[in-house]
Ligand binder design. Structure first.
Ligand code: NAP
Length: 567
């Protein structure tokens, strides 16, 4: 009765470290890990001990006799990663009781290593976790919003609640006594890089890739055009996107690009609002979906089925929960690709595509059409988007698809960080294994480090950041041990940092404030049988956070606001 890894696998590899018989691959130190769509349990070598189940932060591992119907395809997906061999031949067990990569060891010094982390998404929280393994490290996390956890809160689709369970791990990290949150504080606005370095040995930026890659074709920019990532932020109640104008009055939406973000958006746009009402979707989005006229979402890819950017686990999840079809021409493309593909996981993707309907039967619910070989040329429409014109890739033939909402979903893009070098072409901060370097000379910029998407570009999954952040922390700690970082015998006391932050941003939110916001959102949600009902206005979050602070430490303006609110 082996265990099976299922759709919500986050690739963080905690299961690999927990497994006593080395039956989960690829492990973070193996080739192929960086591009793996998920991790796989070898059904022959698994001894069914369940250690991986406890270690997995997102509940993705299930004994094979407890799988639900939708999870059954993962039995074969796990097994097909491993070469065929006699059932009694096991892979050589190696001890994985210790981490594959050893934790960075801080050499004993008089003062603790003090690190500022900018951003509070997965890369930031995994870096904090890794640093706090040591007894003589302090971590301060600075985040521009009053709420932490970045894309886990604002990017993961609301119907993927399993994936969001990783926040339980992050809450544990944030509860560490040498960890401090400075939320609602923007580095570059309230505090400069130099000021952070006055108070810390090192500053580690884990700010992600907050912009979208833009598609430069005529008509993008018309009302009715936008990006899938903006829509995801709106769906998830990100305060900066709460007022996004989203018009769902037309029966068709076209999404350009077929990565996992496109799948997330298409799935949510075609979902039953009553199902979404049991998630933490933003109220404004749920209200709009209840009135939506959308009957079809077309996901248009410029290349063929074998080059689909979505991953196999997400395709399995999509076809298990939505009505997904392909035109007959695209079915033909799938057959052709199946005849030439050698990679077994791509072959499985194609197999699934080949079983889908061709859309000839009437739809009883909104459906998703996967379309291939379509290069976007322009958005048509006078005052607002009315259709997208594509060329059939590699030909002069054109094809227009009517749509009232046109979303590009062609990837994220990092943006420059004030006072650090930036590689415009790759849209990352130039770095060597996480050490920020000057692009001309390759010389490290003392005290500056990066992790996550701003380090390696927008690829991989939540858990991919664990090993990415670990590599950065190894470099940072090695520099500290080598005495390369400024020796801060006179490093300002923690109280001095608190005073500076309070002077620049009186409405700073600490861990207590975040816990109050979190509890209030959960309580609001539970009233309606939902996991949480998010605040989408920063002012509301700040009122709740301020209410949790001792009265004397509240900023005068906040005291007034609270008094007015409760009057
Ligand atoms: P992505 O996976 O990089 O997909 C980008 C898509 O845009 C591809 O189909 C690409 O096609 C297309 N594209 C790029 N430039 C284009 C152009 N000029 N014209 C037309 N199409 C173009 O990006 P993503 O969906 O934003 O995902 C980002 C990362 O987040 C990925 O690693 C993804 O797996 C991850 N993610 C994971 C989940 C999950 O696990 N549930 C959810 C969301 C995101 P070509 O291949 O032809 O370039």
């Amino acid at each position: 009765m082996p265990h099976v890894i299922t759709q919500s696998c986050c690739n963080d590899g905690s299961c690999v470290f927990a497994c006593p018989v080395n039956c989960i691959h690829p492990s973070p130190d193996e080739p192929g890990y960086a591009s793996a769509e998920m991790l796989y349990i070898d059904p022959v070598a698994c001894v069914d001990c369940g250690a991986c189940v406890s270690a997995c932060p997102v509940g993705a591992i299930v004994p094979d006799n407890k799988l639900d119907l939708k999870q059954l395809p993962f039995v074969e997906i796990n097994a097909s990663f491993y070469p065929d061999r006699p059932v009694d031949e096991k892979l050589p067990p190696t001890s994985k009781l210790a981490p594959v990569l050893p934790a960075a060891e801080v050499r004993a010094r008089r003062e603790p290593l003090t690190v500022a982390i900018v951003g509070s998404g997965p890369a930031a929280m995994y870096a904090a976790d890794e640093l706090l393994v040591q007894s003589n490290v302090r971590v301060n996390v600075f985040e521009k919003l009053p709420t932490p956890y970045g894309l886990v809160r604002a990017g993961v689709a609301p119907d993927h609640q399993h994936t969001k369970r990783v926040t339980e791990l992050f809450d544990r990290v944030a509860g560490h006594r040498r960890f401090q949150f400075y939320l609602n504080v923007e580095v570059g606005k309230h505090l400069s890089h130099a000021e952070l370095l006055d108070h810390h040995h090192a500053v580690l930026y884990a700010v992600g890739a907050p912009d979208d890659r833009r598609l430069d074709i005529d008509g993008m920019g018309l009302p009715g055009t936008g990006t899938a990532t903006e829509l995801v932020a709106w769906i998830n109640g990100h305060p900066e996107y709460a007022d996004l104008p989203v018009d769902l009055s037309h029966e068709r939406v076209v999404i350009i690009g077929n990565g996992n973000v496109a799948l997330d958006v298409a799935r949510v746009l075609t979902a039953d609002p009553d199902d979404l009402a049991r998630t933490d979707i933003a109220d404004h989005a749920l209200k709009a979906f209840r009135k939506s006229a959308v009957r079809e979402v077309v996901i248009a890819a410029r290349r063929g089925p074998a080059h689909s950017a979505f991953t196999l686990p997400e395709l399995v999840g999509l076809t298990g929960s939505a009505d997904v079809v392909l035109d007959p021409d695209d079915h033909q493309r799938v057959v052709e690709d199946l005849n030439s593909v050698s990679d077994p996981l791509t072959a499985q993707k194609l197999q699934i595509l080949s079983t889908l309907g061709d859309g000839s039967t009437p739809a009883s619910r909104p459906r998703i059409r996967l379309a291939y070989g379509l290069t976007p040329e322009r958005v048509l429409g006078e005052r607002r988007a009315a259709a997208v014109e594509f060329s059939v890739t590699g030909t002069v033939e054109t094809r227009a698809i009517d749509a009232g909402l046109v979303l590009t979903s062609i990837g994220y893009r990092g943006k420059p960080i004030r006072d650090l070098p930036f590689d415009e072409a790759a849209a990352v901060v130039p770095n060597d294994g996480g050490r920020v370097v000057e692009p001309g000379t390759g010389q490290p910029v003392r005290g500056a480090y990066v992790a996550g998407w701003i380090k390696r570009g927008p690829t991989g999954f939540i858990g991919t950041n664990k090993s990415c952040s670990l590599q950065t922390v190894q470099a940072l700690v090695a520099d500290f041990n080598a005495g390369v970082l400024t020796d801060r015998a006179a490093l300002a006391k923690p109280a001095a940092l608190d005073e500076l932050v309070a002077a620049r941003q009186p409405a700073v939110v600490d861990a207590t404030g975040w816990r109050a916001i979190d509890a209030a959102e959960v309580a609001r949600g539970n009233e309606d049988g939902r996991p949480r009902n998010k605040f989408t206005d920063v002012a509301d979050m700040l009122v709740v956070a301020a209410d949790a602070r001792p009265a004397r430490s509240r900023a005068p303006r906040m005291r007034d606001r609270l008094a007015r609110l409760w009057a």
